[in-house]
Design a protein around this ligand. Structure first.
Ligand code: PLP
Length: 373
């Protein structure tokens, strides 16, 4: 299977080379440091996986269903710990979609299902979100796209990059349509717990027998480098097939990632970390909103949830070009062009990172650019 490089990754690789001084792209909370966990780590932890569960550390699985409210519908038995949401998505897509099958993916949305579906040789159908409807899609279009060949509907909820959230009623409606043809519905819930103008994002795995929820400690806890996430589903066969597939890639989760995530998800720690991340993100989102209000070069549907949003770029230049100019001096600024999502007249901005000063520094460079054009 040959996977095409996605534009989003290309932009990231390029920026890593150029090393810009600042950015306005942060999509996760301020990352903790190893020292924050040292006192709680067991120095006698054996770094061998021989006696470990292939589903993941039982205490971690229990904490995932509790902290992210999958319990009581889902239990630790319904959880597979994975190397991030990315691996959970990969395992689900690879197991459920074969060449010639149909798969429906929301756009704009997370690029992973688009590139994987294509690499598998599936027919990938795009479910279009509409900016003038707060980035919601049309159910009429979804109904048209579903056929007997549909194996998987992949939705990013809360949506990356728009911050739109599907509510429970809408998810149940989607599940009903999927059920008619026996399709699975996967919602990537990595931005859960960062809701601003809506209730907590509903969890697909709790609503439908072929529902799958994926997520991780990467965003709200800022622990992206741990590479620790999960796939949750009542479908035991899918979880088992995923373990079988993973045996030929990473074999099992990394023990250190699980041990640290297990500490991070202790109730007291979790609540403090989420509150801190939310406070900082709220402040940063207000800064972004104010900046957009006073710059006619930008406009947006403010994200309902999550740490990122997609802005219209109301200037006569393509976002790829703009991002390339900004990377260089005098700006030395990284932005995520909307073209990475197939939206060349937009840019993606982020309220994560935890530092108001960094965000303000990045926005000052953007202001400088707008004044110069
Ligand atoms: C929607 C979405 N899914 C998955 C991922 C990958 O996350 P993880 O670090 O949990 O693998 C990201 C990261 O940006 C994301 O935005």
């Amino acid at each position: 299977m040959k996977v095409e490089i996605h534009k989003l990754f290309e932009v990231l690789l390029k920026a890593q080379k150029v090393k810009p001084e600042t950015s306005v792209i942060h999509s996760l909370a301020k990352p903790p440091i190893l020292g924050d966990f040292l006192d709680d780590l067991d120095p006698n932890l054996v770094l061998d996986w021989s006696d470990k569960s292939f589903h993941g550390l039982p205490s971690l699985r229990e904490k995932v269903v509790e902290r992210f409210s999958y319990s009581p519908v889902c239990t630790a038995e319904d959880v597979l710990i994975t190397a991030g949401t990315a691996e959970a998505n990969f395992l689900a897509i690879s197991n459920l979609v074969s060449p010639g099958d149909e798969m429906i993916v929301d756009v704009p949305g997370w690029p992973q299902p688009l590139v994987l579906g294509k690499a598998i040789g599936a027919i990938v159908k795009k479910l279009e979100r509409h900016e003038d409807n707060g980035w919601m899609f049309d159910f009429d279009q979804l109904e048209e796209l579903i056929t007997k060949k549909t194996k998987l509907i992949f939705l990013c909820n809360p949506n990356n990059p728009t911050g739109h959230v599907l509510n429970e009623e809408e998810l149940l409606r989607i599940a009903k349509l999927a059920d008619k043809v026996g399709a699975y519905v996967l919602t990537d819930e990595v931005y859960r717990n960062m809701e601003w103008y809506c209730p907590l994002t509903p969890r697909m795995a709790t609503l439908y027998e072929r529902g799958i929820s994926t997520g991780s400690v990467s965003k709200v806890l800022g622990l992206q480098g741990l590479r620790t996430g999960w796939m949750i589903s009542k479908d035991k066969k899918l979880l088992f097939d995923s373990i079988v597939l993973r045996e030929d890639t990473s074999e099992i989760m990394n023990i250190m990632g699980e041990a640290i995530a297990d500490i991070a998800l202790r109730e007291s720690r979790f609540e403090v970390a989420v509150a801190k991340a939310r406070k900082s993100a709220k402040e940063n989102l207000s800064i972004l909103d104010e900046f957009i209000k006073i710059h006619s070069e930008l406009s947006w549907v403010r994200p309902v949830a999550g740490l990122i949003g997609l802005c219209n770029l109301n200037i006569d230049q393509d976002s790829t070009k703009v991002s390339e100019i900004l990377l260089e001096n005098p700006y030395s600024l990284m932005i995520m062009p909307g073209s990475a999502y197939g939206y060349p007249n937009h840019i993606r901005v982020g309220a994560g990172g935890g530092s108001k000063d960094d965000l303000e520094k990045g926005l000052a460079r953007l202001d400088q650019f707008f004044k110069a054009i």
